[in-house]
Ligand binder design. Structure first.
Ligand code: PGA
Length: 255
């Protein structure tokens, strides 16, 4: 059985003070929900303070990105070791906003995944098709390329330990989520490819999250699908009450 994983992606929202206040309120709201793994990804500036505020709780912290080199003349970048030291245990890699607004490629995603894994951070690797790709029936081919290149060179154990987030680009921040059938179809496809390329055990253990306009009202329906193991939540995660409802809706046996 895969433990559901629910991740808040705050994007470029929240100062240190706002992040700390959020964690104080949120920890109370999710106390007792031990059957869901909860991760919060603040902006880099708030990683350390959020990790300190979450200390002793079950909330783990993620970076929203990283750079693959250990250190050097890379102005503006942050390494895996720096994130770890600041208190992160996870890192989001290849988010569609990084891909579409900052030109990130599948090869770069692969370097980042390897750097994260080597440093002991758990990657949350984001993939997903644009509306244009969906309408031209390219979805599964796009996902194949993103997985094949993005995870190239990883061992079965490394794939088993990471999370993949399927986020159709047309569903992110639009209020228009994928239907549960669309999500399940994509997730089942992703898992079958993972099985083909990394073995059945790795595919069975790897958590595949859905992302794109997840909110309290659609969580149970989406996370209730056989191959949907949790959610990556943007907008709705900014409010601790809404995010706590999403965690509650992801609990096994309550779906
Ligand atoms: P959204 O964003 O929930 O606001 O659609 C999801 C994401 O970008 O990870």
């Amino acid at each position: 059985m895969r433990t559901p994983l629910v991740v808040a992606n705050w994007k470029m929202f929240k100062t240190v003070a706002q992040a700390v206040a959020y964690v104080r309120e949120f920890t109370g709201l999710v106390s007792g929900m031990d059957d869901v793994e909860i991760v919060v990804a603040p902006p880099f500036t708030a990683v350390h303070a959020t990790a300190e505020a979450a200390r002793g709780s079950r909330i783990a912290i993620a970076g929203q990105d990283l750079y693959w080199e250990a250190e050097g003349a890379f102005t503006g970048e942050v390494s895996a070791a720096m994130l770890r030291e600041a208190g992160a245990r996870f890192v989001v890699i290849g988010h569609s906003e990084r891909r579409t607004k900052f030109g990130e490629t599948n090869d770069q995603v692969n370097r980042k995944v390897k750097a994260a894994t080597a440093a002991g951070l758990t990657p949350i690797v984001c993939i997903g098709e644009t509306l244009n790709e969906r309408e031209s029936c390219e979805t599964l081919r796009v996902l194949d390329r993103q997985i094949k290149t993005g995870l190239d060179g990883l061992t079965a154990n490394q794939v088993a330990a990471l999370a993949v987030a399927y986020e159709p680009v047309w569903a992110i921040g639009t209020g228009r989520n994928a239907t549960s059938a669309q999500a399940q179809e994509a997730h089942a496809h992703i898992r079958s490819r993972l099985s083909e390329w990394f073995g059945a055990e790795a595919a069975d253990a790897c958590r595949i999250l859905y992302g794109g306009s997840v909110k309290p009202a659609n969580t149970k329906e989406l996370v209730g699908q056989a191959d949907v193991d949790g959610a990556l939540v943007g907008g709705a995660s900014l409010d601790p009450k809404a995010f706590a409802e999403i965690v509650a809706g992801s609990r096994p046996g309550r779906i």
